[in-house]
Design a protein. Structure first.
Length: 175
């Protein structure tokens, strides 16, 4: 995995995030107590919330660090993934809402059963979704805001160009 340089632009506040990765080849990975899981090539979307000290910046940095104690399901998989971009909001605990949106409304997404959702209070099937299709930041942001009464303010961070953007009413503005 390409190492992400977590920038000071990612806030230390609590919030929800969607980490987007790509996987080039099929592989089998032992994921903690879930067992050995087969992962197909494609794009992966991991949904989570950051509640602890350091907020979003600390959680994202930890998820993307290669040297760490394996605690979350994602820790077992990140060494094999290529980071693409991060979408986040300062709205708290949105991952279940986002999971339900991807699970029930979009046939192009496949869930990885029980991945990242073993402690989920809403009984989500998963917090990790895969698609073989390429989906850009604006498209996934619009999907995540689908069915939301008011559009959440979403932010995007990409490592390649250190771009940081804001999505409002479906429009992506880069800073």
């Amino acid at each position: 995995m390409k190492h992400l340089i977590v920038d000071a632009q990612i806030p230390k506040e609590k919030g929800s995030y969607c980490l987007v990765f790509s996987l080039e080849t099929q592989l089998f990975v032992q994921i903690g107590k879930l067992g050995c899981i087969q992962f197909e090539p494609g794009n992966y979307f991991y949904l989570g919330s950051a509640k602890g000290p350091g907020g979003l910046r600390a959680r994202v940095k930890r998820h993307l660090r290669l040297e760490k104690k394996k605690f979350w399901h994602l820790d077992y998989l990140t060494p094999f993934l290529e980071f693409q971009y991060l979408i986040f909001t300062l709205q708290f605990e949105k991952e279940c809402e986002w999971s339900q949106i991807l699970e029930s409304n979009y046939a192009e997404f496949t869930s990885v059963p029980r991945f990242g959702s073993s402690d989920c209070r809403r009984s989500c099937n998963s917090h990790l979704y895969m698609t073989e299709y390429s989906i850009d930041q604006k498209e996934i942001s619009n999907l995540l805001n689908f069915k939301t009464r008011k559009l959440d303010q979403l932010f995007v961070f990409t490592n390649d160009s250190k771009k940081y953007g804001k999505i409002n009413s479906g429009n992506l503005s880069w800073f």
